[in-house]
Design a protein around this ligand. Structure first.
Ligand SMILES: NC(=O)c1ccc[n+]([C@@H]2O[C@H](COP(=O)([O-])OP(=O)(O)OC[C@H]3O[C@@H](n4cnc5c(N)ncnc54)[C@H](O)[C@@H]3O)[C@@H](O)[C@H]2O)c1
Length: 327
C-alpha cells in the first residue's frame, strides 16, 4: 500500500507562519508508505498528471485540502473559490478519468447550512445557548435534512456548497462512490491552530503560552461540537470498507462532545492550570453559528461499528500535551 499526500502548505499563506502544516508533512515523511507531493490542487495539469501516473491503483481519495476559514474567505474570494470549488472539481474529475472505481471522501462543513441554524428556537443558559427542549433537534443535534438554500453562508460557506453539491453529483450522475462529510469542529493535537481557524487548538495554545484571546459575540455562549481527528478518520475508514454512492453525512462531536466558548475556556484553564487572558468583543463574526451540534445518527445507522474514542476532555488533554511539548 502507498499513500500520496498532496499539500502545498497554503495554510501558511492563509494564516501566517504559526499555522504552517510543514511539521505534519515532515512527520508523515518518516512513514515508509507516505509520499508527499507539493502540488496546488488548483493546478489542473499537475493534478491530472499525478492521477494519470497512479490510475486504477488509486483505491481512495480523501480530500481535505481547503481554504477553511469563514472570515479569511472575504479577503480573497477568488482564491477561496479557486481552492475550495475549483480544486475539488479538479480532484473529482481526475478521479473520474483515471480511477473511477475509487472511493472519494470530501470534508465539507456545517457552514453549508449558512446561518439557518440561528433561526432555531434557542434558550439562554448560564454558560451556553441551548436548543429548546421540545425541539426535534434537542436529543441528537441537527441532521442532514436542514435546507442548505436561501441563507447567509459567508463566502467560504458558499464555495464549500459548490464543492459539496459537485461531490454529491459525481456520485448521483456518474455513479462514483463519493461521500460528503459535513464537519462540525474537527481537531486534534496536530491541528495548526490560528486565530482565524482551529478554535480549540488555538484556544489551548493561547492558554498555555499566555497569548491574549478574543471572543466574538453571543456572550461567549456559542456552542460547537468537537470531534478528534482519530474518530473522523475512523469514520472515513468505515466508509471506505463499505462505500456508498453520493452520500451526505453530518459529522462532529454530537451530543457526545461539545462545548460553549465559556465552557471551553474553563476546561482549558483546568487542564493547563493557567489563566487565559481573554477579551470579549461585542460583534459576532458574520453569519457565525450560535448553536451547532451535529446529529451523526445517519452515519451511525449506515456504519454501526463506528464508535467515538475521544470526548471533549480527552481531545483537550491531547492538544494540551502537544502545546506544552511545542512551547
Ligand atoms: N477544522 C475544522 O473545524 C473543520 C470544520 C468543518 C470542515 N472542515 C474541513 O475539513 C478539511 C480540513 O480542515 P483542517 O482544519 O484540517 O484545515 P487545514 O487548513 O489544517 O488543512 C487543509 C490543508 O489543505 C492545504 N491546502 C490548502 N490549499 C491548498 C491547495 N490549493 N493545494 C494543496 N493543498 C492545499 C493546506 O496547506 C492545509 O494543510 C477542510 O476541507 C475544511 O474545510 C474543517
Amino acid at each position: 500500500m502507498a499513500i500520496v499526500g498532496i499539500d502545498n502548505d497554503m495554510r501558511r499563506y492563509f494564516f501566517g507562519d504559526e499555522a504552517s502544516t510543514a511539521k505534519t508533512q515532515q512527520d508523515l515523511g518518516k512513514l515508509q508508505v507516505y509520499n508527499h507531493e507539493v502540488l496546488d490542487i488548483r493546478d489542473w495539469d499537475g493534478v491530472n498528471a499525478l492521477f494519470k501516473k497512479f490510475g486504477f491503483a488509486v483505491g481512495a481519495v480523501i480530500h481535505t485540502a481547503a481554504q477553511p476559514s469563514h472570515d479569511w474567505a472575504a479577503k480573497e474570494p477568488l482564491t477561496d473559490f479557486g481552492v475550495n470549488a475549483l480544486g475539488t472539481m479538479h480532484l473529482l474529475e481526475a478521479t473520474r478519468l483515471h480511477a473511477p472505481d475509487a472511493t472519494f471522501i470530501f470534508t465539507s462543513t456545517n457552514k453549508v447550512y449558512g446561518d439557518r441554524p440561528n433561526t432555531l428556537p434557542l434558550v439562554e443558559k448560564e454558560t451556553r445557548w441551548e436548543i429548546a427542549k421540545n425541539h426535534a433537534y434537542h436529543a441528537r443535534g441537527i441532521d442532514e435534512e436542514m435546507s442548505i438554500d436561501a441563507s447567509k453562508h459567508s463566502i467560504f460557506g458558499a464555495s464549500k456548497v459548490a464543492a459539496d453539491v459537485m461531490v454529491q453529483e459525481y456520485g448521483r450522475y456518474f455513479g462514483m462512490k463519493t461521500a460528503v462529510f459535513r464537519g462540525g469542529c474537527l481537531t486534534g493535537p496536530a491541528h495548526a491552530g490560528a486565530e482565524l481557524h482551529g478554535f480549540l487548538a488555538y484556544l489551548m495554545k493561547c492558554t498555555v503560552t499566555g497569548k491574549p484571546y478574543n471572543v466574538f459575540g453571543y456572550k461567549g455562549k456559542q456552542v460547537r461540537d468537537n470531534i478528534h481527528s482519530h474518530d473522523l478518520v475512523e469514520a472515513f475508514w468505515q466508509f471506505m470498507k463499505a462505500p456508498r454512492v453520493g452520500e451526505v453525512y453530518n459529522i462532529g462531536g454530537s451530543r457526545h462532545s461539545n462545548c460553549s466558548m465559556l465552557e471551553a475556556i474553563k476546561l482549558c484553564e483546568e487542564i493547563s492550570g493557567k489563566k487565559l487572558e481573554w477579551t470579549y468583543k461585542e460583534d459576532n463574526r458574520v453569519g457565525d453559528h450560535i448553536w451547532w451540534i451535529s446529529d451523526v445518527s445517519k452515519f451511525q445507522s449506515h456504519y454501526p461499528e463506528w464508535k467515538y474514542k475521544y470526548g471533549l476532555r480527552e481531545i483537550l488533554e491531547e492538544i494540551h500535551k502537544a502545546c506544552v511539548s511545542a512551547a
